[in-house]
Structure formats: structure tokens, C-alpha cells
Design a protein around this ligand. Sequence first.
Ligand code: AHG
Ligand code: MN
Ligand code: MN
Length: 339
Amino acid sequence: MNENIITIERHILEEQRRYGGRGDFSSLLSQIVLAAKVVSAQVGQAGLVDILGAVGNKNIQEEDVQKLDVFSNEIFINALNYIGRVCVMASEEEKDIILIPEQYPKGEYVVMFDPLDGSSNIDANISIGTIFSIFRRKTKGNGDGAIEDCLQPGYAQYGAGYVIYSTSTIFVYSTGAGVNGFTLDPSVGEFVLSYPDIKIPERGSIYSINEGYYNYWKRGTREYIDYLKSERNHNKKPYSLRYIGSLVADFHRTLLYGGIFLYPEDLRDPKRPAGKLRLLYEANPLAYVVEQAGGSASTGYQRILNVVPSEIHQRVPLIIGSRLDVEEYEEFAKRNNIE
Ligand code: AHG
Ligand code: MN
Ligand code: MN
């Protein structure tokens, strides 16, 4: 393989050498890469094999579970539970924390993931993804991890990233030294460096939000979106609206092109005052990545990475993207609780 083709495995090894790691983290990350390849292959065939459609039950989120949700969840759990690097996991598809089976050694790391993001789009062949977040354990010893290992604030993440299954399968991750993207070359089954050192523009001209909920938004959010659609904003012309409905796809576009993605709190459901997206395996990992790329992620009132989690499926409002756009939203959000 010629010198200038950097596979993700080579990149992981070079980062390990640069930061003097023992290789535990590298082998953990390589297993996530392997799982992503397996899910990508299945997604690619989803139209051909019996993997489309719902399984007929609901998950902890009260959402219809898709077959691909179940498949992806099992792939990521089984890729990580036997390698002796992980002490506990959490998944969108599992009500409680996932302990490592008795027969396998436990390790230093905690992995939490949304195994398949954008499930509602699967049957329409629209981009979907996986999102993952990695911490070092807080609990002492080398036995099972516990809930407190999962409830750490996002600034303590050791690494995070996402996979987007689309026209290409792209793996984007950071371990604290910038953000790099790799595209899967299916002919050799390797992810190859395609987006080195990603930096998000300081301000964009695209906003991404589900406008259908306009009437449920709080005042500041409504006034901010009206401002973006006017000539009063910094660009002196209306922002464009792009909304795919798969967080990973909407985020990936925002990271590359700039702009702002919002899933704000809304007044639709008093049982769900904080919007739909989950802190541990959607907001935190993408907030980690966007900050490593020079952007920002906020609840509207505080930095996402400073939120101290209280339970594994906790939801937060997510305002993420170009730094100046997110800061501008935070100014408007001050009006949210003034009618
Ligand atoms: P998931 O499929 O993992 O449950 O995530 C779906 C999320 C996210 O991908 C997307 O941003 C959001 O749902 C879209 O929600 P709305 O349909 O309410 O806009
Ligand atoms: Mn999701
Ligand atoms: Mn999901």
C-alpha cells in the first residue's frame, strides 16, 4: 500500500505512538471500526435481505424498534464485550447499563452508543448512522463497571465519533487532537483518510431544525429562527434550511459546511421538557467532536460538555455547529423564559 494512503488502523497506531498509549484504546477503537464495517455491509444490503421494517415492539424511548436497530446494537455489544478493554456499556436500545459477561475480562474503558441513528429513515433509504462516546472508568479495580462510570460529564470523554452510512460510509472521530474522517473503500474493506483535520467554519449560512414544531418552541427559539429567515442576520440574507431527520447526517453536513443544527426544548410534551435527543450517546459525542473542530454545542443555556448526567437516557436540547451561530442562539435563548 503506497505511502500516502493512511488507513484508519495506521492513523490509530500513529496517534497511539504520538501519545504514548499502551494500545488498549487502539484495540478498542479498532473493534468499533470493525463493527461499523459489519453494520455498513448490512445497511448496504438492507433492501435485499429481510432487515427492513420494524420488529413490532417499542424500546425504552417508546419508539418503534427497527430490525436494523436491533442488529446494530448486537454487533456493537458483541464487538466490544470480549476484548478485555471495557468494563461497562450503555446503548439507546438497552434500558439499563450493559455489563460485560462473566467469562470475559473487564477493562479500563466505558463505551456508550446510539447503534443506529435515524431509524425512522431506514425504509426510505435515507442516510443513517452510529454515534459513540468513550470514557475511562471512574470506579476502582478491574471488575464490573457501574452506573457512575456512565454518568460522567462530557468534558471527561476520552474519545468520540460517528459513522454515517450513506452514498459512502464515513467514520469520523477524535481522541482530543483534532477531528479526522475516513471513507470506507469497500473494494479492500478499509477506511482511508479522506477528511484530514476537519475544522468547522466560524459562521455558516444553513440552519437545520424541524420547523414542524414551530408552534411548540419557546419565544427565544421562534425569534431566532425568524431572524435567520430575515435579512437582519449577519449574512444579510436568509439562511438556507436543510433537515434530513437523521442527526448524524444533519450534523456531518453542519461540520463540513458550517451553520447550526437545533433540536431545542419544546412545549409539546410536559413529560419531555428537554426535547428529543439523548445526552450520553447523541449530544455528548457530537459536542466533543464539534469542539475539537472549533465549533460549539450548547443546551441553549450551558455548554453540553458541562452537563452532569443524572440518568443514562437523559434528554437535552441540542444546539450545535459554528461557534458564532451557537453563541447567537444563546443570546436569543435568554428570552425563552420571558413570555
Ligand atoms: P434515533 O433514530 O437514534 O432514535 O434518532 C432519531 C433522532 C435523530 O436522528 C434526529 O435528529 C431526530 O430523531 C429527528 O427527530 P424528529 O423526527 O422529531 O425531527
Ligand atoms: Mn439517534
Ligand atoms: Mn438510534
